[in-house]
Design a protein around this ligand. Structure first.
Ligand code: ACO
Length: 428
């Protein structure tokens, strides 16, 4: 392949370099387009064809169903690593050795106490507040308690900010749930691993000793790993673009949480479970809902199906489907919505509407079934996604700042009115 792309406008030819990634992905570098052409820009709603950055964090091939963090296959990481190791790899570039991991763990634990006044903020939320709203607000509130901005050129300050949020975020997650459940806001224990500690903070009841169920702990570890990064998705792009104005890490993360909340993104896991429940309540007629999903005059979409990038299968969904079956069996839970989910999947995989549009189950199609079996309330599902995505957001924010990327500021094609005469209010 040549290393130049040619563009013709009004009979004039412009040349742009082709750049290649380490997995042979090719991109046309149009940095000089506007300058060279005297103002011509590109338009690409939803950025379906636009690369916003070079990144060494996550590789994804949507046609082949490949997902790798820092070069490691997602299947290997989900099977053999734990969430904290994966978080370290995403943020610092490679899996940690034993000493690095122990230090990371200890440093996170040393920062895992939030200011007692944060509890007053939690108290002030109505009990029926959605925990994603609570989490986003509390993450923002942390800025007020930790106002120092990070000097990104200082490795030490960067590390401090990272272990700080890795320590405090699970506390906020647990408190968002405990507020909803009317439980006292508590803390974990230094003696527990990262994921076990999260479970203790979420599920421990007053006056009861808490011991994590190892089946649930392993499943949660796996779910968090599978959600840990997904290159330039909506929430990650949000984190990067907010951070590109040199807003701090916590402010950028809070914006990312809001972006994740939408049902077309992370909010899909809650939407999937509500959809499966609705189908069950309606008599379990999956065909009726398939027809609704295909009807262009009906806004209903089959939640948990389709993906902007995966056009073959979502490798995370494959792992989660197996895990859902195992967890339900191991816990002895019989959930009728698993049968409905499998029925929908089978029908969709042989339906021309879904096949032609390459719509396959995504990561969120089965995750809610596991979360429910774990005893996590439906409104917490997207919060669990945020907990998993935290290291990915941090890694991408860190990379963006270290690469000294310019402020994110897309162009537009203006389609509004041309210059009009201003009239005072009496004359309008
Ligand atoms: N149900 C029915 N039809 C669908 C679905 C669906 N879930 N998803 C896409 N389509 C159809 C669209 O109507 C469109 O049809 P058309 O070509 O006849 O107009 C075609 O498939 C392409 O869909 P787009 O919306 O253009 O695809 P896009 O890449 O923009 O959207 C998205 C991807 C948002 C994930 C979409 O598939 C969707 O809404 N899925 C349901 C929500 C969901 O599960 N989101 C979670 C994604 S994973 C994540 O964020 C972690």
């Amino acid at each position: 392949m040549s290393d130049i792309a040619k563009l013709q406008i009004d009979g004039k030819t412009y040349e742009f370099p082709l750049i290649k990634g380490t997995e042979d992905e090719v991109a046309i570098d149009i940095k000089t387009l506007r300058g060279a052409t005297g103002g011509v820009t590109t338009i690409d709603p939803g950025f379906k064809n636009t690369g916003s950055c070079k990144s060494a964090v996550t590789f994804l091939d949507g046609e082949k169903g490949i997902l790798r963090y820092r070069g490691y296959a997602i299947e290997d990481l989900a099977e053999k690593a734990d969430f904290l190791e994966v978080a370290y790899a995403l943020i610092f570039g490679d899996l940690p050795n034993k000493t690095q991991l122990e230090k990371f763990d200890a440093d996170i634990k040393s920062k895992s106490v939030v200011d007692e006044d944060v509890k007053k903020i939690v108290d002030a939320f109505p009990k029926n507040a959605h925990p994603m709203g609570v989490l986003s607000s509390l993450t923002s509130a942390l800025i007020a308690f930790n106002p120092e901005s990070v000097n990104v050129d200082s490795e030490e300050e960067m590390y401090d900010a990272i272990v700080n949020i890795m320590g405090k975020f699970p506390v906020l997650v647990a408190w968002a749930m405990r507020k909803k459940e009317g439980l006292p806001l508590n803390y974990g224990s230094k003696s527990l691993g990262y994921v076990e500690n999260i479970m203790k903070m979420m599920f421990e009841k007053p006056n009861e000793d808490y011991t994590a169920n190892p089946i649930i702990k392993d499943a949660l570890d796996k779910l968090l790993i599978l959600h840990a990064d997904h290159e330039q998705n909506c929430s990650t792009s949000t984190v990067r673009i907010v951070g590109s104005s040199h807003a701090g890490l916590f402010a950028s993360l809070s914006a990312g949480i809001s972006a994740l909340w939408g049902p077309l993104h992370g909010g899909a896991n809650q939407a999937v479970l509500e959809m499966l429940e609705a189908i069950k309540e309606d008599g379990g007629d999956t065909k009726k809902y398939m027809a609704k999903a295909k009807d262009k005059s009906d806004p209903f979409r089959l939640m948990g199906f389709g993906h902007r990038v995966y056009k073959n299968f979502d490798p995370r969904a494959t792992i989660i489907k197996v895990a859902a079956k195992e967890v339900l069996e191991d816990l002895g839970v019989e959930d009728p919505i698993l049968k409905i989910a499998k029925g929908l999947e089978e029908e969709a995989l042989s339906d021309p509407y879904f096949v032609d549009r390459k719509l396959y189950p995504n990561v969120d199609f089965y995750s809610g079934i596991i979360y429910r079996a774990m005893g996590i309330p439906v409104e917490m599902f997207t919060v669990m996604f945020a907990l998993g995505r935290l290291p990915g957001w941090i890694a991408q924010w860190k990379e963006m700042r270290e690469n000294k990327e310019p402020i994110g500021r897309p162009r537009q094609v203006y389609t509004g009115e041309n210059l009009k005469e201003f009239k005072t209010v009496e004359n309008r």
